[in-house]
Design a protein around this ligand. Sequence first.
Ligand SMILES: CSC[C@H]1O[C@H](OP(=O)(O)O)[C@H](O)[C@@H]1O
Ligand SMILES: Nc1ncnc2[nH]cnc12
Length: 316
Amino acid sequence: MSDEKVLIGIIGGSGLYALDHLTVLSTVNPSTPWGHPSAPITIAALPSGTRIAFLARHGQGHTIPPSAVPSRANIAALKSLGVAAIIAFSAVGSLREEISPGSFALPSQIIDRTKGVRASSFFEDTSVVAHAMFGDPFSGKLAGWLAPRIQGALDEEGKGKKLFTDKTIVCMEGPAFSTRAESVMYRQWGGDLINMSVLPEAKLAREAELSYVMIAMATDYDSWRVDSSAVTAHDVFQTLHDNSATAKLVLSKILDELQGELSGGKHGEALLQEKGGMKFSIMPRSVKQKPEDREKLAFILPEYFAGEEGKDVASA
Ligand SMILES: CSC[C@H]1O[C@H](OP(=O)(O)O)[C@H](O)[C@@H]1O
Ligand SMILES: Nc1ncnc2[nH]cnc12
C-alpha cells in the first residue's frame, strides 16, 4: 500500500487514458486481495496542489475488454490510496434522439444486462454475506453538486454541449454491440444510455463505501434508429477524441472546489454520504466466518473487519 493519500479518484474509460494537463507526481500499482488494477495508478496534481488518482479502466493502450476489467482490484486499489469519491468517465451510446453524440450525462439509474460472468461483489467466495443498498446506484449528492459545475464548464467551452441528468443507463456485456431489436427494447424499458462498464464498478464502489458518479459521454446512437447504420467502434472513436478534451476541461474546472469540499468543506459530509452505508448490510459476525475472509475484507472495510477484540460473536 502506498502512503500517498488522495481523496479524489478518476477512472478514465475509452479514449481517456491519461490526464495530460496535470503534473504527474508518482505512479503506483497497489497489490490488493483481488489482484492488481487495470493499470498502474497515476497520482497527479493541479497547479493548486490538489492531488487526484487516475486509473485507465481498460489499461494503458486499451488492452482489457469490458468483461475482463478487474473492477474489484480497481476499486480496492483506489480505496487503499485514500480515495473517498470516484468520478468515472464512460463512452456511451445514446438511446434518445435529444442526447446527441457529444452530449454529457449523469445517469441516476442502471439496468443490468451483464451476463453474470463478472465478479460483482467483494464478498463473493467468502464466508461473509452482505447485501449492499443499491436502489440509488450513484451518489445523488455528488451528482447534484457536479451537475451545475459540469454544465458551466460545457458552456464555457462554447461548443453547445449539453449535460443531461437523471438518466437511466443500460449496462450490457459486450463485446459485440447490441442488435437493433435489443436497442429498441432498451428504449421501451426506459433506458436512455448504454455502455459496457458501469457494472460492477458502481456496485463495488458502493460496497467499499465510496461516493461514485459516472460522467457519461455520448458517442453514438447505438442501433435503434431505423434509417441510420448500426453503431461501430469506429463511430465511437470518432467522437471520443473531442469528448476526452472536454472531459479534461471539465475536470480542470471542478477538481479544486471538490477537493475543498471533501477536505472539510461545508458540503463534504453530504458528498461522502456513502460512508457508513455498509453498517447494516453485513450479516452479523459468526464463528462460521473465516478469519482469512475477514482479513481480506478488512482491506476495503477496515471499520468492520480489522481488529478482532471486543466484538460479539454469534455462536451459530
Ligand atoms: C469502444 S466502444 C465500447 C466500449 O466503450 C465504453 O467503454 P468505457 O465505458 O470504458 O468508456 C463501453 O462501456 C465499452 O466498454
Ligand atoms: N452503443 C454502445 N453500446 C455499448 N457501449 C457503448 N459505448 C459507446 N457506445 C456504446
